[in-house]
Design a protein around this ligand. Structure first.
Ligand SMILES: Cc1cc2nc3c(=O)[nH]c(=O)nc-3n(C[C@H](O)[C@H](O)[C@H](O)COP(=O)(O)OP(=O)(O)OC[C@H]3O[C@@H](n4cnc5c(N)ncnc54)[C@H](O)[C@@H]3O)c2cc1C
Length: 416
């Protein structure tokens, strides 16, 4: 069933009796060509592109809880492609281009809003770094604009430009960046994949891999064994635990990251703004709430809620650039489990086990990557070769010293 304005009018006039469930609730089949573990954004996007672009229809997504219950429904919804390094920028720009046509492609309203993102600059050295980043973006076909303090003052009059502890000296803007309603992304991909024959199996936890003579034959689950020609794992914060079931130890640590939403306010914030002298970022949702966040809690955890020191740190960051935020009441907050890799960049690769593939290490930036991650993982699962924009996201980069360390902080997952 296609969604459209006409459909809404027709259903309104006929008592809304024609709507159908957005996806089926199938029983697991004994065998699939490809099993994708994890019904988050990346797993569902992988299944969607497998069916939509790579003509793979005997595909299942196995999700231990409900789709959208993980990070895809917990993030702060920001999309952008403002990366510096060659290994990253083409991938994230590919992703942003996929976002731009996504709602038409999967016929679902994901409220994609290219309201722009502004990274504030607070020192001369930071300006040099951001000019370099902006040039790298332009060279890779992305958009970037360096804004002066006067331009920022005109566009964002509420920012504390004049007497701030960290004076605002300009900003790097990407006008095509913005926000997307996060859980609608899971639902849109799920519906699109289901309509092309993919089985989405919820409440089914993968508890092991059946591996014989170095080949993965399928997954053991709480609903029995499911055979597979290939198994692709995309479980984000649970990556370490899942791959340990196949005897693998990953260059990834799990950390908790928190998000916050204020009470609804009248429109005040036109786009996404990030603080450059601490870790704080904010946007305003279409319902009016200020959606903001900051640093990870800083120690290993599989918990989906965080602790007070980071709440204080995030609120201090907000107050430093945006003093009026102190008048807004906090409505809710939550946490998600981040798969923090050693260099801050992801992995989309085959494993040493034949038929077993891995997608993870997204740190706290994997939401914006969802379309490209799904597309590139589907490409890898189909062709056994990496997609050109994801060619750097290999396991062996850690062995060969080919890190993609955007922040330049070294093997410190908690600092990326
Ligand atoms: C607070 C917060 C803010 C963020 N903000 C942003 C942002 O603004 N922009 C951005 O780009 N990124 C952001 N991120 C990061 C982004 O959300 C993640 O990188 C991305 O969503 C991870 O991929 P996913 O959607 O596939 O993960 P998930 O939605 O977590 O999917 C993984 C799924 O695997 C399932 N699973 C786990 N183990 C098993 C098993 N054994 N068997 C079966 N299923 C299993 C889980 O139940 C889960 O549903 C944020 C994250 C958080 C927590």
């Amino acid at each position: 069933m296609r969604y459209s304005g006409f459909r809404v009018i027709k259903e309104a006039l006929t008592g809304h009796k024609g709507w159908q469930p957005a996806w089926r609730d199938p029983e697991p089949q004994p065998h699939y060509d490809i099993v994708v573990v994890g019904g988050g954004g990346h797993g569902l996007a992988t299944a969607y592109y497998l069916a939509r672009k790579f003509s793979q229809h005997r595909v299942a997504v196995i999700e231990k809880g409900w789709i959208g219950g993980g990070n895809v429904g917990r993030n702060t919804t920001i999309i952008r492609s403002n990366y510096l390094l060659d290994g990253n920028e083409p991938f994230y720009e590919f992703s942003l281009k996929l976002w731009e046509g996504l709602e038409q492609d999967f016929n679902f309203n994901a409220m994609i809003s290219q309201r722009g993102i502004l990274n504030l600059i607070h020192s001369d050295a930071q300006r040099d770094a951001f000019i370099r980043r902006g040039n790298a973006m332009l060279l890779n076909g992305a958009d970037a604009e360096l804004l002066s303090t006067a331009q920022i003052k005109a566009r964002y009059p509420f920012l504390n430009v004049d007497d701030a502890r960290f004076p605002i000296k300009g900003g790097l803007a990407q006008h095509r960046g913005g926000t997307v309603r996060h859980d609608a992304v899971a639902w849109g991909y799920a519906r699109g994949a289901d309509s092309r024959g993919v089985d989405i199996i919820q409440n089914c936890e993968v508890t092991g891999f059946r591996i014989n003579d170095g080949k993965c034959l399928g997954v053991e689950t709480t609903r029995g064994f499911i055979g597979a020609g290939k198994v692709g794992c995309a479980v984000a914060g649970s990556s370490g635990r899942l791959m340990a079931l196949a005897g693998m130890r990953l260059p990834i640590e799990s950390h908790v990251l928190q998000a916050f939403v204020s009470e609804g306010l009248k429109p005040i914030l036109p786009g996404v703004v990030t603080f450059g002298a601490g870790h704080f970022y904010v946007s305003q949702s279409d319902k009016g709430g200020l959606v903001f966040g900051g640093d990870i809690d800083g120690y290993n955890s599989y918990s989906q809620r965080g602790n007070l020191p980071v709440v204080e740190d995030v609120c201090e960051g907000g107050m430093a650039i945006f003093p009026m935020i102190g008048r807004a009441r906090l409505l809710r907050m939550w946490g998600g489990i981040m798969d923090m890799s050693m260099d801050g960049s992801p992995i989309i690769d085959r494993t040493h086990i034949d038929g077993l593939y891995f997608n993870g290490g997204w740190c706290y930036g994997g939401f914006k990557a969802t379309p490209a991650s799904g597309y590139c993982f589907a490409h890898l699962l189909t062709h056994d070769t990496p997609h050109p924009v994801a060619g750097a996201y290999r396991f062996d980069r850690f062995e060969k010293g080919l890190m993609i360390d955007e922040k330049g902080v070294g093997a410190q997952p908690n600092l990326h």
